[in-house]
Design a binder for this molecule. Structure first.
Ligand code: ADP
Ligand code: MG
Length: 691
């Protein structure tokens, strides 16, 4: 029976698939024909370049392709769950051996005298004393065979390269149905290749240049739709919406500046001016303030809060964790209460009756500022006159949350997002593409740079001695055991045991242990004692990662440093070097893997968060970027955020220009775009914008 394929045909109805195999396809994210079209290969085998068996020795360790006739096939089973299939093959130059692991069923298929193409890595077999081919891809040749460049897809158990290629060939017959949502003028302007042809070229390339253009086209699409969403959000924030016009000049701000113990840095002044200008304007503010750890973002936040209050509005500040919210509260409440402004904290630990009282005060307008976790914007919280929301995201991304918040507030409140960088420029463009940006690119003066060194575990005692010398001078230190195991329990055990040892190593000092399992009140008690100097060494898991601010702490030891991302290590390190005294950070690790060596080297050589973030992105790729995975960050199948940055810029320009001309994508010629945007954002992101 022949069925007509459509883009939305369920994969199980394809020839040779069926419900069972369809489940395997689901594992790679493909349910419908359209999903498969966009399941692009990781690599290709160039079957037009065939090697010689006599050249195997000089190709050791590399992937090569050989073609020949099978002489004999043998299967052996060294261990119960391990089989080796070995084929002796003759090519035009000699004979060679090809091996397949755990695929003994192939013995039925790989028949002597058959002609075969085999691709794989050349390895030296020390038992047989010969070079052999570890096959990862093969093809039995028929008379109809044409040499070609063929795709290598990421597989899942039960799904073979062959099956995927076969199914893909079938699926590609639907391509004439794939219409291009991009308006022709746009395609022409940016020299973009045809969509359907590009999809085909990506799967089964015909030539290098054609493939390059095809990839270019599809990467453009990846970026373009993300930027289109951003452009719509951006426009929505600017047109038609009337926000609050706050008063930037006023008694509270004047009083605050007068009581500041230090002059603001030039960067702080500039950013505060940008924020206040937004707040004064009638359109709602949508601004991101990026600033490295310790750059003084708190003062920017306080200035915005005071501007709201002196204009007669309430304001909320949200942080991602309770520890961080508590830290903000401690810092900010003290400053504001001096000026007679009421600040309340709101987070999980309050008793129901306390919460009720806080809700009442906020609803009655008795309290001007609330600081807390997400609890602050829960449904139950009603404000009398909410005018400003500040979100401190540190290095998390919360695109969707932000939209929900905007959709929720009836009044068009001003929005300020703070982030402790390390967001590479490209990521910032895609994730925060709809926000205006301010960058605090200057640290307060007098900060001695942090000296960072790599220490091997066997030299740990020397690092401890170094730390002791600084404790003797009245300084304080951190010893960090970041999350290693999947299980918090095992981790805690490791930290607790190490803590017991440290107590013996530093008997003359006060130590405190901080970890995620402690109650908030316990955490805070320890932090209070550390801040006051009563505790000399704070031993901690990563709970101190964000926001902790104790300028007298000058030495940090990070255990297992090789296992962590650059961004995280940079955040951690930012806990020292916050005062006038010279600070030190020791990264204790063997740094066995190449990536971890690169990270350690980067940290030792630089304290610039932006630079480190770029390096991190290059090493790890965006998928791994701290916190990105959980946050609805777009998943680019083809794009490389580092190498494809120019294309991202182009796509952004194109998207913003298009939305400028059609603010809500209502023109008839943009209906296909609108549908594609909806499809790509799975209804989640842009339903607010398009209605
Ligand atoms: P961030 O939130 O950006 O990491 P903070 O606002 O917590 O940084 O500031 C870090 C430290 O620097 C704090 O101890 C703060 O009091 C201090 N600080 C901030 N601005 C200045 C300044 N202009 N001059 C001197 N010290 C400052
Ligand atoms: Mg405004």
């Amino acid at each position: 029976m022949r069925t007509m394929l459509a883009l939305d045909t369920d994969i199980q109805y394809l020839k040779g698939v069926g419900p069972l195999l369809a489940k395997k396809f689901q594992k790679i994210g493909a349910r419908q024909v359209r999903d498969l079209l966009y399941y692009f290969p990781r690599r290709y085998v160039d079957r037009t370049k065939i090697g010689r068996s006599t050249d195997m020795a000089q190709s050791a360790g590399q992937r090569i392709l050989l073609r020949g006739w099978i002489l004999a096939v043998k299967v052996s089973q060294p261990r119960p769950h391990f089989s080796v299939l070995q084929a002796d093959i003759r090519d035009a130059y000699g004979t060679f051996r090809a091996v397949w692991f755990n695929q003994k069923f192939l013995a039925k298929i790989l028949r002597p005298e058959a002609e075969i193409l085999v691709a794989g890595k050349v390895v030296y077999n020390t038992y047989a004393h010969l070079y052999q081919l570890d096959v990862d891809d093969y093809e039995l040749l028929t008379a109809a065979y044409r040499p070609a460049i063929v795709p290598l897809y990421d597989l899942t158990e039960g799904l073979t390269q062959k099956k995927l290629r076969q199914t893909m060939r079938q699926v590609l017959t639907v391509l004439p149905e794939l219409s291009d949502p991009l308006p022709p003028e746009l395609r022409q302007k940016y020299g973009l290749a045809d969509l359907a042809l590009s999809v085909r070229e990506l799967h089964f390339p015909t030539a290098r240049e054609a493939w390059r253009r095809a990839r270019q086209r599809l990467v453009f699409d990846d970026f373009f739709y993300v930027e289109l969403g951003a452009a719509l959000r951006y426009q929505r924030g600017r047109t038609g919406l009337t926000g609050i016009s706050f008063q930037p000049a006023g008694k509270l701000l004047d009083a605050y500046y007068a009581t500041l113990p230090y002059p603001l840095t030039g960067a702080q002044q500039r950013v505060i001016a940008e924020v206040l200008q937004d707040m004064a304007a009638t359109r709602p503010m949508n601004r991101l303030v990026q600033g490295d750890v310790g750059s003084g973002k708190t003062d920017v936040a306080v200035a915005a809060l005071l501007c709201a209050v002196q204009s007669g509005y309430q304001a909320a500040l949200m942080a991602p964790t309770e520890v961080l919210a508590a830290q903000h509260f401690a810092k900010i409440a003290a400053r504001l209460e001096k000026l007679g402004v009421r600040v309340t904290a709101l987070w999980g630990r309050h008793t129901p009756s306390e919460k009720k009282e806080i809700y009442r005060q906020l609803a009655a307008g008795e309290c001007a500022i609330v600081i807390g976790t997400q609890a602050v914007i829960q449904e139950k919280v009603v404000f009398l006159r909410l005018g400003l929301v500040i979100i401190d995201e540190q290095h998390r991304f919360g695109v969707i949350q932000r939209q929900l918040l905007q959709a929720k507030s009836a009044a068009n409140v001003d929005l300020l997002v703070l982030t402790a960088t390390p967001i590479p420029r490209t990521l910032a463009l895609t994730v925060y593409g709809d926000l205006d940006k301010s960058i605090i690119d200057e640290l307060p003066p007098g900060r001695a740079p942090i000296k960072t060194s790599h220490v091997l575990p066997r030299d740990r005692a020397q690092a401890h001695e170094f730390l002791r010398r600084h404790l003797r001078q009245g300084e304080q230190a951190y010893i960090v055991y970041p999350l290693v195991e999947e299980s918090e329990k095992i981790d805690l055990k490791a930290a607790t045991e190490s803590y017991a040892q440290l107590l013996k190593i530093f008997p003359e000092y006060q130590l405190g242990l901080l970890h995620g399992r402690l109650k908030n009140s316990e955490k805070e008690a320890i932090m209070r004692r550390f801040r006051s100097g009563e505790i000399n060494i704070l031993v901690s898991t990563t709970v101190i990662e964000v926001g902790v601010d104790v300028p007298n702490a000058t030495v940090m030891l990070i255990e297992n440093a090789g296992r962590f991302g650059l961004a995280q290590l940079h955040q951690l390190r930012g806990r020292v070097g916050r005062g006038q005294k010279e600070s030190f950070c020791f990264l204790i690790t063997e740094a066995k893997s190449e990536d971890s060596q690169k990270r350690i080297k980067a940290l030792v050589s630089s304290t610039d968060g932006f630079k480190l973030a770029e390096i991190d992105l290059a090493i790890r790729g965006p998928g791994d970027f701290t916190g990105v995975a959980q946050s609805g960050f777009p998943d680019f199948s083809l794009a490389d955020l580092v190498k494809d940055e120019p294309l991202l810029q182009t796509a952004r320009t194109a998207a913003f220009a298009l939305v400028e001309r059609d603010l809500r994508l209502t023109r008839p010629e943009h209906q296909a775009l609108r549908a594609e945007l909806r499809r790509r954002s799975r209804g989640l992101v842009d339903y607010i914008l398009l209605n």
